[in-house]
Design a binder for this molecule. Structure first.
Ligand code: GLC
Length: 458
């Protein structure tokens, strides 16, 4: 066949392919979506909270899976769950002091235990010795401190009798025959109804909910994906009950351009602003202070405050958010190590949060100076240079000549003087003719990561 007879067919195929990628569930324009997400892209920094029965074994929230525990072996964590020191107002104050603006808590994690008083199960906090709807108290406390509210809800459920045993289940099998045997009498359709009912409760009984964080899908053999959850109907219900809500991307709805509002790189730093079909997408990285989400007494790989700050700044410098996780103890307190990290971040944020909130990746025309990270506020048109490795007195802003009106340290608003290279391009100091030189004090200011605020020329 000749190319010119093939061509129209090829073009149709290409067009079909691109409409497939752009399949939509909702009729929302990109501008409307941007508006719906505006508070979240503005706020940049949130707290994740993983809290459930696994706080008692205190050796990872996947302990039931890792140790292949049966329901009965896991039962004592339910029987003894009594977080008597739980004071969510205190949690909210700590989140706020760290500079966090929203919080996402596990209403139910993979173990199936519910912090909330669900009509559809007895496997919930109100039936444990604490006997209270812990989620309700959380919502009230965090709202009172002015933080936005998010619910994490596990799609997975290792306790529900109708949830079929799959490859990530604590009772996972070795052979297909074994799976068939184990799943006799289990009915995913019933579980699906339970899941939809619970999500409806969460989005009906607790007032306005700002974020829904569903976790997670693992399609394929002995896995679960959008058909198991009936993700399409689920997300439609969610958006109907809470039209302003923001939903993450773990429903296995990649076929739809709007099957999730933001992508969720977990426990790694993105190399650059993530894109889909060539467009930059909203993103949030979720990260732990140490190597576990749930309280893990003996885990020792805690990141230091500086690493955490770099993580936050770097996320914003690539247009993203950071959701940083605390795993409260079985008594209902934040781990002391988490508290001290939060304090350290708060100390920096108190003076420097202006380089975080409302900020994003800097326009390409501003090159990144040596050993620094840039963020940019498109509203105030200010550029922030985060000095990761405090320089000597002279600091080059490459190609910035004519681009800035004023420079100061952010933490104390003290002026930083700058100059363009003198002479006729004769280099004595390594400056190019379009560079600027900032004169910094030799002694590093007493802030973990000093920030230079640049007022840009119009
Ligand atoms: C993973 C883990 C889970 C944790 C989540 C947070 O999916 O399974 O324990 O809640 O990451 O993103």
């Amino acid at each position: 066949m000749k190319l010119n007879t093939l061509l129209p067919a090829l073009l149709i195929l290409l067009a079909m392919n691109s409409t497939a990628q752009e399949k939509m569930l909702f009729s929302e324009t990109p501008e409307q979506k941007e508006k719906r997400l505006a508070w979240w892209t503005n706020d940049r920094f949130g707290m994740f909270i993983h809290w459930g029965l696994y706080a008692l074994p205190a050796r990872h929230e996947w302990v039931k899976n890792r140790e292949a525990l049966t329901d009965s072996a896991y039962q004592h964590y339910f029987d003894y769950f009594n977080p008597d020191l739980y004071n969510p107002r205190e949690w909210a104050k700590m989140a706020k002091a760290a500079g966090m603006k929203y919080a996402v808590i596990t209403s139910k994690h993979h173990e199936g235990f519910c912090l909330f008083d669900s009509k559809f199960t007895d496997y919930k906090a109100t039936k444990t010795p604490i006997g209270r709807d812990l989620l309700k108290e959380f919502v009230e406390a965090f709202r009172a401190e002015g933080l936005k509210i998010g619910f994490y809800y596990s799609l997975i459920d290792w306790h529900h009798p109708d949830f079929t045993i799959d490859r990530v289940h604590p009772q996972r099998a070795k052979t297909d025959a074994e799976y068939d045997q184990l799943n006799k009498g289990r009915d995913m359709a019933k579980y699906r109804t339970y899941l939809h009912n619970q999500v409806r409760e969460l989005l009906t009984n607790y007032g306005k909910i700002d974020i829904l964080w569903l976790d997670f899908s693992y399609p394929g053999k002995h896995g679960k994906g959008h058909e198991d959850w009936n993700s399409v109907d689920l997300i439609k219900m969610v958006r109907k009950l809470q039209p302003g809500i923001i939903v993450n991307d773990r429903l296995d709805l990649r076929d739809y351009a709007d099957g999730g509002d933001f992508v969720t790189p977990e426990q790694y730093k993105v190399a650059e602003w993530p894109t889909e079909n060539g467009r930059r997408v909203p993103w949030e990285t979720c990260q732990t202070f140490s190597g576990s989400w749930g309280y893990y007494r003996d885990e020792a790989t805690w990141k230091d405050v500086r690493q955490l700050l770099v993580l936050l700044i770097e996320s914003v410098s690539k247009g993203g958010n950071l959701l940083l996780n605390v795993g409260p103890t079985g008594r209902g307190k934040f781990d002391a190590r988490a508290q001290s990290s939060l304090n350290g971040m708060g100390k920096w944020m108190e003076l420097n949060s202006r380089s975080i909130y409302q900020c994003t990746q800097a326009p390409d025309e501003y090159a990144r100076p040596e050993h620094s990270l840039l963020t940019y506020n498109p509203v105030t048109k200010r550029l922030y240079v985060h000095l990761l490795d405090y320089p000597l007195q002279n600091f080059t802003l490459p190609g910035y000549k004519g681009k800035i009106k004023y420079a100061q340290f952010l933490h104390d608003a003290s002026e930083i003087r700058f100059s363009a290279p003198a002479g006729h391009g004769y280099k004595t100091n390594g400056l190019g003719s379009n560079d600027l030189n900032l004169s910094l004090p030799v002694v590093k200011p007493d802030v973990e990561i000093p920030v230079i605020e640049l007022m840009l020329a119009d």
